[in-house]
Design a protein around this ligand. Structure first.
Ligand SMILES: NC(=O)c1ccc[n+]([C@@H]2O[C@H](COP(=O)([O-])OP(=O)(O)OC[C@H]3O[C@@H](n4cnc5c(N)ncnc54)[C@H](OP(=O)(O)O)[C@@H]3O)[C@@H](O)[C@H]2O)c1
Length: 264
C-alpha cells in the first residue's frame, strides 16, 4: 500500500529535504505544497524526473488556497492522506533575528509580529483544517508540525536568547495550536505532534546563491554555544523521518526533538 505525505512549505530548506528523502521510498506518494511553483526552482530541480511527487500551490495564510490544494491532492490520492508535515515557517533572512529593541517603533514591531503570527501560528490551524477531511479518510492519521525549543520559555531563559522575538512568540502559539488539535483529534485515533528539527543550516536553498550572512550567524552560534549543534537539512530530516515513521497514537500531543542534545 502506498503511503501518502503532504509537505507544506516544500520549496526549500527542511521542507525540500523532506520531499527529497520521502521521494526515494518506492511506496511513498509525496505532495509538495509551495507558495510559488515557478519560484520553487530548488524543488523543481530535485523532483524533475520523479513520478511519485506532485507539486501544488498554496499559501498558509490564504485558507481558500489551502482548501484548493487539499482538493488537488484528494483528486490524485482518492480522497485520502496518511501524513501531513506542516513545515511552512517565516524564518529566513536577517530580519527574523530581531529582538524588541531592534524595531524603529511599536507599529513596526506590531506589523512584524502579526505577519509572523499569521504564517507560523494561524498557518498551522489553516493547514490542519484544510487537510483534515483527507487525513480522517486515511488509516494513518499523523500530523507533524515543525516547532522549536526556542519557543519554550525555560529554554529561552536558560540559553539566554532574548532576540528572534516575533519568530519565537509565533512558534510558541503554533505549539499551543498543535496541542489543541492533538486534544481535539485524540478520540479519532490521530497522532498530532510538534517536531523540533534542531539547528539546521537551510541557507544554501535561499535564492540562487544562498544566504551567506545568515550562514555566518548560524556558524557562530554553533561555534560559541555548546547547546547547539548545526546540522545539514539532510542530517536533520533523516532523524525527523525516523521519528515520523515511528509515531503512534500514544505519542499524540508530544514534543519530539530530532536530536535530544540539540536545543533549537
Ligand atoms: N532551520 C532551523 O534551524 C529551524 C529550527 C527550529 C525550527 N525550524 C522550523 O522548521 C521549519 C522549516 O524551517 P527552514 O529552516 O527550512 O525554513 P526556510 O528555509 O526559511 O523555509 C521555509 C519554508 O516555508 C515556506 N513558507 C513560508 N511562508 C509560507 C506561507 N505563508 N505559506 C506556505 N509556505 C510558506 C517557504 O516558502 P517560500 O520559498 O515561498 O518562502 C519555505 O519553503 C519552520 O517551521 C521553522 O520554524 C527550523
Amino acid at each position: 500500500m502506498p503511503i501518502s505525505y503532504a509537505v507544506v512549505g516544500a520549496s526549500r530548506g527542511i521542507g525540500l529535504e523532506y520531499v527529497r528523502q520521502l521521494a526515494t521510498h518506492p511506496d511513498a506518494v509525496v505532495f509538495a505544497i509551495v507558495r510559488n511553483k515557478k519560484g520553487s526552482f530548488h524543488l523543481a530541480a530535485a523532483v524533475a524526473n520523479l513520478k511519485n511527487v506532485h507539486v501544488f500551490e498554496a499559501d498558509v495564510v490564504d485558507h481558500a488556497s489551502m482548501e484548493r490544494a487539499a482538493k488537488e491532492v484528494a483528486a490524485i490520492s482518492g480522497g485520502k492522506l496518511d501524513v501531513l508535515i506542516l513545515n511552512a515557517g517565516r524564518m529566513s533572512g536577517e530580519a527574523v533575528w530581531k529582538g524588541f529593541k531592534d524595531y524603529p517603533n511599536m507599529d513596526a514591531l506590531d506589523a512584524d509580529c502579526i505577519d509572523a503570527f499569521k504564517i507560523n501560528a494561524l498557518g498551522v490551524v489553516h493547514g490542519i483544517t484544510a487537510f483534515l477531511p483527507l487525513l480522517r479518510a486515511g488509516p494513518t492519521k499523523k500530523i507533524a508540525v515543525l516547532g522549536t525549543d526556542g519557543a519554550i520559555p525555560n529554554t529561552v531563559y536558560a540559553l539566554g536568547l532574548p532576540d528572534l522575538s516575533a519568530y519565537s512568540m509565533s512558534k510558541a502559539a503554533a505549539m499551543l495550536a498543535t496541542a489543541k488539535w492533538a486534544l481535539q483529534l485524540k478520540d479519532e485515533g490521530f497522532t498530532v505532534v510538534t517536531l523540533a528539527p534542531g539547528l539546521v543550516d537551510t541557507t544554501d536553498t535561499v535564492g540562487t546563491s544562498g544566504d551567506p550572512t545568515v550562514k555566518k550567524i548560524l556558524q557562530d552560534i554553533d561555534k560559541n554555544h555548546p547547546a547547539f549543534v548545526l546540522e545539514t537539512p539532510e542530517q536533520s530530516v533523516k532523524v525527523q523521518l525516523k521519528i515520523v515513521d515511528s509515531l503512534k497514537p500514544a505519542d499524540n500531543g508530544g514534543h519530539f526533538r530530532s536530536h535530544p542534545g540539540n536545543q533549537a
